[in-house]
Every structure is written in C-alpha cells, then in structure tokens.
Unconditional design. Structure first.
Length: 340
C-alpha cells in the first residue's frame, strides 16, 4: 500500500545533497552516471543508461526520529530493467538487511513517509531506480536526522551485471551487497548493454574521485560489439593505462567476465569465445601487475557463479548477486584494499 501524499506547504525540509551517496556527477542538480560535460564521446547506449540514478541513495542517522519524509519527483524516463520496473519502493535498510519498504507511483512532485526502526542507524534508503527519482528534500518526523558519516568511495564500472540486472531490488545488486559488507560508499557505473572498454569512459574514471576502483567489463565484447582476444588484450591495457593516469596508486580490482554458458566455447562473429576473451583480459591485467603495478589485483570471474545462479543464462539472480558480492568483498579484503 502506498502512503504517498501531496506535497505539503510546511517547512523543515533539508537539502538532500549531504545525505546522498553513490553520486558520480550532477547535471543541473540531477545525479547522472557519466560526465555531463563529456557525453558526445560516449556510445548512445552508455549515455542512455547513465541517465538512470543506479545506486544513488540516501544515508542518515537519527537519535529520535520515528519516520523519514522524502520529497521527490519521479518519472520513468525510458527503457529500464523490466524486473526492477515492478519494484517501485523506497526501501529502508541498515547493514543487516531491509527494515521496511513503501511502494509509490511516479509523481510530478510528492512526499513519501518511511517508518524508522532498528536503532540509530546508519540507515540507507534505496529509492525506486526505475522511476529515476530526483530527491528534492528530506526531514525527520519526531526528531532530527543527520547525514551518515562519510565512507571510502568505491567506484565500480561494468555492464548490466554490475548495474544489477535481474536483481529484484536495487539493494540486491552485487555492488550494493559488497559495499554494504565493506561499509563503503558504492558508486555504480554499470551500463547495461555497454561497458566494452570505451576509452572515453576510462578517461572519465580517471577524473572521478575514488578511494578504490573496480572494473568488471568484457561480457559485451563477445556479443554486442565483437572483439578478438588480441583486441581485448590491448583494450584492457589501454583502459588501465588511462585510469592510472588519474589514479596512479588507487587500489584497483579487475573482475573478468563471469560464467555465460552459451558463450564460453561458442565463437562470436570474429571467431572469439568468451573463454578466450576472458583469458586475454586476465593476461593483460597480470602483465601489468608483473610490470610493477602493486595496487592492482585480479579476480577471475569464470568459476564464481554456477548455472543455478543465473536468472536467464547471463544475468545473476538475487542469490547470484549475493554470491558475486561476497566474492568481490573477499577479493578486496585479501588484496588489503579494505584498509585503504
């Protein structure tokens, strides 16, 4: 049941900016996931997905508030993940799990009230990403709220799997799972259908503040735009070179493509299997590590998931996202990146 209400005239609204997390860039006050000053160099599909505020959320603490009100504007801007289109909820989480969820509909401008339980926080509210909501204001009911403490900023770049496709809620995607476990501020730059090693994206990542970086592209280099292993080897080297120009010593984990049964031994239009493309990415990463990049780590993706973890033969289901998030979290900790 929705408890969405018309916008009230009374005050007490706080600027949402200090409460927002997962924000990469702002375009006239609206969170976007590609540099608005550098969109002309990006493929069209990347630009389309970057307009959705995937991973953007509110984080706060409170001593006494029994509810949070969020003033927002929401519309459905274009094609989105069909499964997540069903999840039109503002979900309140703490680090242990979801506490409550309030379902809404797109609105020109409205207020939603989310009941608070579970102590002082910190709390996270995941808005309904499919509605592309713009948060206009927040306020505590029954007591004040404060922005949650800042955390290490983890920038994650990848494709639809990173964006969270086939997870049933924004908080279930693997970057959200791992970020929650690590206590980090996850910035999700997953672009469904894209993330093919575009060098303009690498340059944007180089200019984006980050305490830790993770790259998880490559699957769409088998299908959407076919690569050969030699092409992907050189693309991976160039991508890493450009990212390192802005982040010469930032901890960086590369996750190679996870299992895709129909592609592992099937040649694409240029004769490359996904297995061969994965090997090329991993070889390029290991070569750079051997050349002295001591802040670079590799997580081979092939054996992290099984067929039972895939919802459609490609994208993980909720359990698959959980398994993948745990694996990434473990890899970051083993590399010592959680101490950054």
């Amino acid at each position: 049941m929705s408890v969405e209400r018309p916008l009230e005239a009374d005050g007490g609204w706080l600027d949402p900016g200090p409460f927002l997390r997962g924000v990469a860039w702002l375009d006239e006050g609206r969170p976007v996931r590609a540099d608005p000053a550098d969109t002309m160099r990006l493929p069209w599909d990347t630009g389309e997905r970057a307009a959705l505020p995937i991973g953007v959320r509110l984080e706060f603490t409170t001593e006494s508030a029994h509810a949070l009100e969020i003033r927002y504007r929401a519309t459905v801007p274009g094609p989105t993940d069909a499964l997540r289109d069903l999840a039109h909820g503002f979900a309140l989480w703490n680090r242990h799990g979801m506490l409550t969820e309030v379902f809404t509909e797109p609105a020109a401008e409205a207020v939603v009230r989310v009941a608070i339980s579970g102590g002082r926080g910190p709390f996270t509210v995941h808005p309904p990403e499919a509605q592309s909501p713009v948060i206009l204001g927040v306020r505590g009911i029954g007591g004040p709220i404060a922005p949650a403490p800042t955390a290490p900023r983890w920038v994650v770049h990848g494709d639809s799997i990173t964006e969270g496709w086939w997870s049933t809620r924004p908080a279930h995607g693997w970057p959200a799972v791992a970020g929650r476990l690590l206590g980090w501020d996850t910035v999700n730059l997953g672009y469904a259908g894209a993330a093919r090693g575009e060098l303009a994206t690498a340059e944007q990542l180089a200019g984006l503040p980050a305490d830790v970086l993770t790259l998880a592209f490559g699957t769409n280099c088998w299908s959407r735009v076919p690569f050969t292993p030699a092409m992907l080897y050189e693309t991976t080297r160039a991508f890493l070179d450009l990212v390192r120009q802005g982040h010469p010593s930032t901890p960086l984990l590369l996750l190679s493509p996870v299992l895709r049964p129909d592609a592992e031994r099937t040649p694409n239009r240029l004769g490359a299997t996904l297995g061969a493309l994965r090997d090329a990415m991993e070889r390029a990463t290991r070569d750079r590590m051997a050349a002295g990049d001591g802040r670079l780590a590799l997580l081979p993706g092939r054996d992290l998931l099984g067929p039972e973890h895939l919802a459609d033969g490609l994208h993980p289901n909720d359990n698959g996202h959980q398994v993948l998030g745990l694996a990434v979290c473990t890899a970051l900790r083993r590399a010592g990146f959680d101490a950054c």
